[in-house]
Structure formats: C-alpha cells, structure tokens
Design a protein around this ligand. Structure first.
Ligand code: ATP
Ligand code: F6P
Length: 471
C-alpha cells in the first residue's frame, strides 16, 4: 500500500520512543515485553465499509495471539430498543432517533470501560460509524478519563459497485431486515447511507492530535497519524495487510511418513509407500477443488512435506516457520516411550497441552508465535496451498476458524485429507476432501497412549475438528 507519513505522526515508532505511561511493563501472552497499555480501537466510516468485518478480524487475530480483546458493536445495543428501524430513524434531524442512538453508544462505551477494569483486558474495538468529529471527541475524552488510549480506524471507500455488493452480501441478511424482501432491504439501506453522508466527517487535520489509521479503498492507500506504541503499531500493520479479494487457502498434512507408521514423533523421515501414493493423487485433488486458479505451494523444510508437494505443478516456497512443533528430547520417541521415560511430562502435557513445552523443544504457544509472520503473509496473499504438519496445521486452522487454545491442540486432522478454507464476510467456510489412500491415525486422545490405528476412510466418525465454527 501507499503509506503516507503525516507531519504529526510517524510509522512504526520504535518501542524505546514509546510515550511512557504509569503502566508497568509486562510480558504478554506471546512472550513479548509490552507496556500494559489498554487501547480502544474506534471504528469510523459510513455504513457498509467493512468496519464490522475489520473489527471481528482484529479481535480474532489478537485472541489467537493471546492478547485479550473484545468487540463492542453499538448496532447490537441499538437493536434492543429499535430492532428494525427504517432509514428515517438515522436522519440526524430525527430527535428521538438521535437520542436512542446516543443512548446505545453510551451503553456500549460504559460496558467497554467496565470490561477494561479486569486485569489483562487490553484491546476493545468499538464498532460503530462514529462518523462525526463531535462523536469521536466525546469517545476520546471518555477514554482519556479512564486512562485508555484510543486508536481511530477509518475505512473510507467511494466505490459504488463495491458498496452495492457489500449491501447485497451482508446487509440484506442483517437482523435489521429479517423477514424483509432483499430488494426493499437494499433500497432502505442505501437511504440509510444517504442519511449518514449528510453529516459524515472524515478524519482530517482538525483531529491531528488523535492517533489514527485511515484505510482508503480497501488499503490501496493508508494514512497513519501518531501511532504511539508496540500494540498500536501491531494492529495497524495487521490492518494494512488485509484484502477482500475472493480466494481460498488449502491446507494438508504431508502424506503418511515412515515415522507415522512406527508411531514415532518429530524427526525428518521419508514418506511411506502410502504417503507417496497420496503425493501422486494430490495434484488431482487440488485441481478438482481449485480449477485453473493460480496457486502457490508452501511447505516446511522437512523432507516429508517436500516429497508430498513434489508432483504439484505450481510455484513452491519452503518455510522453516512451517516445520513441525519441536518435541526436544522426545524427538523420535513414541507416545508410549514418552509416558515411560518422562511420566511427569507426559501428564503435564495432557493437563495443559497448549502451554506445555517439551524439554529442549516447543509448546503450541511457541508455534503460534513463530507462525505469526506466516499468518500476516497469508492475509496479504491470494490462493495458497500449505503442506505442513499436524501441530502447525492445527494452529493455522485455529486462526481462521477461531478455535480456542483449549480445543485446538486436540483437534483431529487426518492424514491424506485436503482442507479448503474460504474466508468470506464474518465467516470462513470449510470443505474437506479425502484421498482414497488409507493411513495410520496419529491422533492421540487426552489420557491415551495412542496406539496408531488405520484411518477409518472418508466416512470417519465425527472428529472434534468437524463442526468447529469460525467466529
Ligand atoms: P455498518 O456500519 O452498517 O455496520 P460496516 O461498515 O460494519 O457497516 P460490514 O458489515 O463490515 O460493514 O461490511 C462487510 C462487507 O464490507 C463485506 O462484504 C466485505 O467484503 C466488505 N469490506 C471489507 N473491508 C472493506 C473495506 N476496507 N472497504 C470496503 N468494503 C469492505
Ligand atoms: O505424529 C505426527 C506429529 O506430526 C509429530 O511429529 C508431532 O510431534 C505430533 O504430530 C504433534 O501432535 P501432538 O501435539 O498431538 O502430539
């Protein structure tokens, strides 16, 4: 994107220049030292500019990184008093409408301030149009009085065709129009936008004292002002990488390996004959799902992923960050051997699998930290096929589908199965395609020793992964 430096602000101010507040330095969930600053991300923009989508994505990203975040959507507060308002409700000369809308904003801001009082609650996103300077000044003053920083994020877009597509995609099915004809709903929503346009004020020099990020035409230009600390710059960097072009991400584990067959973990083994058969079938499976869309394949640096991808007729990139979770001193052992030789560790891992770090190795939490650049690159990219490993795949899947840290390390991800993820507004769609090649199951249930069994074919019993919902 075209990043413009404003005279008042600068981009990615180093942490050492952070304006020090009275807050202590703490290690956050991802093991990085940050000030315990609390930030209210205030969305700004006309209706149907992607604010809610951006708000939800930011919260999901931060959650994945163990940074406690929550979205406060003023529309859902407004809906308690006015569930299905007509466009005239949003006319700024409608005094009753104005009163109810201000009351909804106040209720959301009050709840948000209350939420911030709990320890570790670091980032809230206030999702509303916040379309006038006076509304934004009011929010800033309220947050200042609570010691909460504000980061205004405006989505500005005048592409009529895109706005119309947005209305058809998400607004006609909004709770505001339940039971109404989609054409009539779209017409009313356009009227609603007109009401806002009469009073809408974009962020400009008058608000030069505020911290803001203005995203124009879905990121083709980004203006940033007074970004002050580590967390703010992290959020802004994430926002700068988002796009809404239609695309899918395919993920697959490598084909069955010799270690999978013998029940050993880690290592750098070759594919088994059945794994090699999966590698041969993979191009056909991908072509069936992706058609002739251009694709890039990402693998780890380990032999089994490169061997699985070797017949794929696309550009390939190998990433160290996609290597399997490092099992340290347990590398090359079976779960049964680990239980015998390191019984306390084996039990500790079952107790808290996400946080347990193998002696000399990694935890799931460590893997998420090293995957963060991969997620950023995935957000910037279009169609990508990732061939990787069980633990890594669980972490990537958890990001897209919003799976919790308690659940994600236990999800069953069968071998010889291609998963297609398609991000759409508010939701990621999932499709699974199994190759008809049997394989062992490497899934170990909590409390078990995992005797590897044959994968029970495509009509497998319901796994904990199936049915995991995206946020
Ligand atoms: P409202 O004010 O009515 O709540 P909103 O601004 O929150 O509207 P969303 O409900 O998030 O709008 O709209 C989602 C739609 O916006 C999706 O179709 C999505 O593709 C599209 N979209 C996402 N990001 C942007 C953007 N930066 N600019 C324009 N449209 C976007
Ligand atoms: O068994 C295959 C494997 O990829 C191992 O190399 C790795 O240690 C393990 O899966 C990760 O899964 P879990 O975290 O369930 O032990």
């Amino acid at each position: 994107p075209n990043i413009r430096k404003t005279p008042q602000g600068d981009f990615m101010r180093p942490a050492t220049r952070t304006r020090m507040s009275s807050h202590n330095k703490k290690t956050n969930g991802v093991g990085v030292q940050v000030e315990e600053t609390r930030i209210c991300v205030v969305m700004v923009g006309l209706p149907a500019r992607g604010k809610s989508l951006i708000a939800q994505k930011v919260v999901r990203y931060l959650d994945w990184l163990s940074i406690k975040a929550k979205c406060f959507n003023v529309g859902s507060y407004r809906r308690t008093a006015t569930p299905q308002p007509a466009a005239s409700f949003f006319d700024f000369s409608n005094t009753e409408g104005e009163r109810l809308r201000k009351a909804a904003a106040e209720a959301a801001v009050n709840d948000m301030c209350h939420w911030f009082r709990s320890p570790g609650h670091l980032i809230a996103v206030l999702d509303a149009t916040n379309s006038t300077k006076s509304r934004r000044r009011w929010i800033k003053e309220r947050c200042d009085s609570e010691g909460i920083e504000t980061l205004f994020v405006e989505s500005k877009c005048d592409d009529e065709e895109l706005i119309m597509a947005n209305i058809m995609e998400v607004k006609t099915t909004s709770p505001d129009y339940v039971g109404q004809d989609p054409e009539a709903a779209a017409k009313d929503f356009r009227e609603r936008i007109k009401m806002y346009e009469r009073v809408y004020e974009t962020l400009d020099e008058d608000e030069a004292d505020m911290t803001y990020c203005k995203i124009i035409d879905v990121g083709s230009q980004v203006i940033i002002n007074r970004i002050q600390d580590y967390l703010q710059s992290r959020v802004v960097y994430y926002l700068m990488n988002l796009h809404i072009k239609p695309r899918s991400i395919w993920i697959s584990r490598h084909g069955e390996s010799e270690y999978n067959v013998s029940g050993q973990i880690g290592g750098d083994a070759n594919l088994s004959p059945r794994g090699a058969q999966y590698a041969k079938l993979l191009p056909g499976l991908v072509a069936k799902s992706a058609g002739d869309r251009p694709l890039t394949v990402w693998t780890s640096t380990l032999k089994r992923t490169a061997q699985t991808a070797c017949h794929l007729p696309y550009e390939k990139l190998s990433w160290k960050a996609l290597d399997e979770l490092d099992s340290g001193v347990c590398d090359g052992m079976t779960y049964g051997q680990i239980e015998k030789e390191y019984p306390q560790d084996f039990a500790a891992r079952d107790e808290d699998k996400y946080n347990y770090r193998y002696l000399g190795g990694e935890s799931y939490r460590d893997v998420v930290i090293r995957l963060e650049p991969i997620i950023m690159e995935l957000e910037r990219s279009e169609n990508i096929l990732i061939v990787t490993h069980q633990a890594v795949l669980r972490c990537i899947y958890a990001y897209f589908m919003g799976v919790s840290q308690e659940q994600s390390p236990w999800m069953e991800v069968p071998l010889h199965c291609l998963i297609k993820l398609t991000p759409r507004a508010y939701k990621t769609y999932e499709e699974r395609m199994s190759a008809d090649v049997p394989a062992v199951s490497t899934w170990r249930e909590k409390g078990s020793k995992a005797e590897h069994a044959q994968t029970p074919g495509p009509s497998a019993r319901a796994s904990p992964m199936i049915g995991a919902m995206s946020k």
